[in-house]
Design a protein around this ligand. Structure first.
Ligand SMILES: [Fe+2]
Length: 289
């Protein structure tokens, strides 16, 4: 095609794809370019604006490395990561939510009733629940990979003062599907805002905060793995998570438990907690693969 116009350029692009183009690539790339062209036509994109966009992509590449994933962060704050989660949600199971950049593999085994709090002096949080199928039957042998922030708002991978696997644990449930552990209340934190994505947030008058949460990856043979996070109902950022991760069914409630009521058995800290503590019960439902 030698007579390319603003109106036919999208069709010309599609006509350049050869017969060997895989069908899914034709659909995905073709649709992406169609929307990209429509976007440029709709806003009458200028050369200056196009240059700014290119400079943004270059800056995002520049700041990215093995630990810093600026493009994932961009996808998160634009809502794309959560939209993809929502597109593939199964209404019969617990909602999924963003994995985030702070998961590390190889977490140490956390016994049933085990403790993540260690020598931290913050109030004890007791978290427990059941891993079950959509009919409510417990899923024996499910594993939970659990991680969260320390009280200073940092994950271990961000904080040289924490051990590698601080506030990380891998728990396997028994025949009753029950998980249980002690920890401390996770806290709100900000996504990295010192790079080009931070510039976008500031330009849009947005903050970089996420509500506090516990992360879980739950896996069991024959079921779809669940990557999710659960949020307390009283968090100030619950309705304005900067990465759009909150779902109604992922909201939990901490109960204030009086001094002297900590379970006498079944927990690593049994017999060692006299003061008031927080408790949360939250069940996790997996759907068959
Ligand atoms: Fe997180």
């Amino acid at each position: 095609m030698r007579n390319v116009t603003k109106d036919n350029i999208t069709d010309v692009f599609m006509s350049y794809m050869g017969p060997e183009t895989p069908e899914r690539l034709r659909v995905v790339l073709g649709s992406m370019v169609k929307h990209l062209h429509d976007f440029a036509r709709e806003v009458n994109l200028t050369h200056d604006e196009w240059n700014k966009g290119i400079a943004f992509l270059e800056a995002a590449a520049e700041i990215s490395d093995a630990e810093r994933h600026e493009y994932v962060l961009l996808s998160d704050v634009l809502g794309l990561s959560s939209l993809i989660d929502l597109l593939h949600a199964d209404p019969d199971g617990t909602s999924s939510s963003v994995l985030g950049p702070f998961h590390i593999s190889g977490s140490p085994k956390l016994e049933l009733g085990g403790d993540l709090r260690k020598d931290c002096d913050a109030q004890v949080l007791l978290a427990q629940g059941c891993v079950k199928d959509p009919d409510g039957n417990p899923i024996s042998g499910a594993t939970l990979d659990i991680w969260q922030t320390a009280p200073n708002g940092l994950y271990s991978s961000q904080d040289p003062d924490q051990d590698t696997y601080s506030f990380h644990g891998l728990q396997t449930v028994g025949a009753d599907g029950r998980y249980a552990f002690t920890s401390v209340r996770p806290v709100e934190y900000t996504v990295p805002s010192d790079g080009p994505v931070g510039d976008i947030l500031r330009a849009c008058g947005r903050h970089p905060w996420r509500p506090s949460h516990l992360h879980f990856i739950v896996e069991a043979p024959g079921f779809r793995p669940l990557v999710t996070e659960v949020f307390p109902e009283d968090d100030q950022y619950l309705d304005q998570d900067t990465v759009f991760g909150v779902r109604e069914d992922l909201v939990m409630r901490y109960q204030n438990m009086p001094a002297g009521s900590f379970p006498e058995t079944g927990f690593a800290l049994s017999g060692a907690v006299d003061e008031a503590y927080l408790k949360v019960d939250f069940d996790l439902t997996l759907v068959p693969a």
